[in-house]
Design a protein around this ligand. Structure first.
Ligand code: HAM
Length: 436
């Protein structure tokens, strides 16, 4: 039979055999976020299109070329979120979360949608973990958001992830910079792509992250923003670097980083690797002091970052970092005959109530097929229950790895017998590991 359809191009399934990796990362991230005082925010997968046009910026590649936008039956324009920052900021305002005391610190796990050209490590549906801080312009906050990402990468055992840092100034210095960019790009007007031509007047900085090979070649020699920073922005950038130096976080200044989204001001940063081919940016973020005002709030200087979960996992794999597998089936009970099967069913329930993982037959397999299945799912112990075991009120536990057999009573002492076999097996393994 032919499959009627496959997954949508650019989207991936996370299969049961791999989902523990995502869960492990999410657990570590939640714990890290907690130690930094962040609380989780969950926002809808879609927002009114206007939010992204205004927030992310209507001259960005994301808004101009990549959004999944559609009209609802009622005629409202809706967009699947291309990123998490705008939705979280909208929620901050809508629910007046800023009244809970500033700074507000929020983290999120979101699926994002961008109609981009699919490549290795670039998807049309991808997942981000992000952290956002609202209500502070202090350079200490910039350093804190950067160190929280760096600490997470350290905790995961990642190496050779380089932190690249830049400042893209405020609206005041941006005016001068835009003038310089316009003057530069005017010389190449006949070579720029259509989209960049339209950006020349409104937002020439966006030409710097155009993905067309001609435009990016021209952009290589464009003036860099660091040369146009006003005194306040220079001082702020010095402050951020000072805090990073104080805790030994190494970075390189990359004046070419402008990020692809319009809301950024002052500090911008990326964690990059050479191990993921062309899609080497694992994490990106920065300060966005004007976003909250742009979408209808009071002036609220804010900042954050997001990292791509798929890229992080790919990098961990490339670096041979093993993610611990969750413990599997502790005991498989094979029941033979109606009465024994019911007894097995009841014992399995009790074992699960004790928070251990027990499995039994819910298919109607033969004993041989059941034992094969127990082996396949990596059961630690197995136990066969038939008429004899029920009559004698005892059974045999088999250690599936060593083949050792242990008698256990099938009465109220069953648990004691099972737990001591379990502990003994673990101890034996540990001693073996320690070569004793
Ligand atoms: P971004 O740089 O567009 O920033 O995305 C952040 C991360 O998401 C990237 O570094 C990358 O790891 C991952 N990513 C982006 N696009 C794709 C894709 N097509 N396939 C796979 N992974 C991808 C933002 O989205 C900002 N909202 C970050 C931020 C939060 N800035 C301040 N707060």
């Amino acid at each position: 039979m032919a499959l009627i359809t496959k997954r949508v191009y650019g989207a991936e399934d996370v299969l049961p055999k791999d989902s523990y990796k995502w869960q492990f990362l999410e657990d570590v991230m939640r714990k890290e976020a907690n130690t930094h005082g962040f609380k989780e925010i969950r926002t809808p997968v879609f927002e009114h299109t206007e939010l992204f046009k205004r927030g992310v910026g209507d001259t960005t590649d994301v808004v101009q070329k990549e959004m999944y936008t559609f009209d609802t039956k009622g005629g409202t324009s809706i967009t699947l979120r291309p990123e998490g920052t705008a939705g979280a900021a909208r929620a901050l305002l809508e629910h007046a979360i800023y009244n809970d005391g500033l700074p507000v610190k929020a983290y999120y796990f979101v699926s994002c949608y961008r109609y981009e050209k699919k490549q290795a490590n670039r998807y049309r549906e991808f997942h981000q973990y992000g952290m956002e801080v609202y209500g502070t312009s202090s350079p200490a906050a910039d350093a804190e958001i950067i160190t929280s990402a760096a600490t997470l990468f350290e905790r995961l055992g990642l190496q050779n992830l380089q932190l690249e840092l830049n400042s893209i100034g405020c609206p005041t210095c941006r005016k001068e910079y835009h003038k310089a960019l316009r003057a530069y790009f005017e010389q190449y007007k006949d070579q720029l792509c259509e989209t960049c031509l339209s950006r020349l007047d409104r937002n020439p900085m966006r030409i710097l992250d155009c993905k067309s090979s001609v435009c990016s070649k021209i952009a290589e020699n464009a003036p860099t923003v660091l040369d146009y920073l006003c005194d306040d922005c220079k001082e702020h950038f010095q402050g951020v670097k000072g805090y990073l130096d104080a805790c030994g976080i190494s970075y390189v200044i990359n004046p070419k980083i402008v990020r692809g989204l319009d809301y950024y001001t002052r500090t911008v940063f990326e964690f990059v690797t050479t191990q993921l081919g062309a899609q080497g940016t694992v994490c990106g973020g920065g300060r966005y002091d004007g976003l909250i005002e742009e979408i209808g709030g009071q002036h609220t200087p804010s900042l954050g970052f997001a990292l791509g979960m798929e890229r992080l996992l790919a990098l961990m794999e490339a670096q041979g970092i093993e993610i611990p597998k969750p413990s599997g089936c502790d005991l498989y009970i094979a029941g033979l005959g109606e009465q024994a099967q019911k007894k097995a069913f009841a014992i399995i329930r009790e074992i699960r109530q004790a928070s251990l993982n027990a499995e039994g037959d819910i298919v109607g397999r033969s004993l041989r097929a059941q034992m094969k299945y127990a082996d396949k799912i990596g059961a630690k112990f197995s136990m066969v229950l038939g008429d004899d075991e029920i009559t004698n009120n005892k059974a045999v536990l088999k250690n599936m790895e060593t083949g050792d057999k242990i008698d256990v009573p099938l009465d109220e002492n069953f648990f004691q017998g099972f737990f001591s076999a379990y502990v003994e097996a673990d101890q034996a393994k540990l001693l073996q590991k320690m070569d004793m």
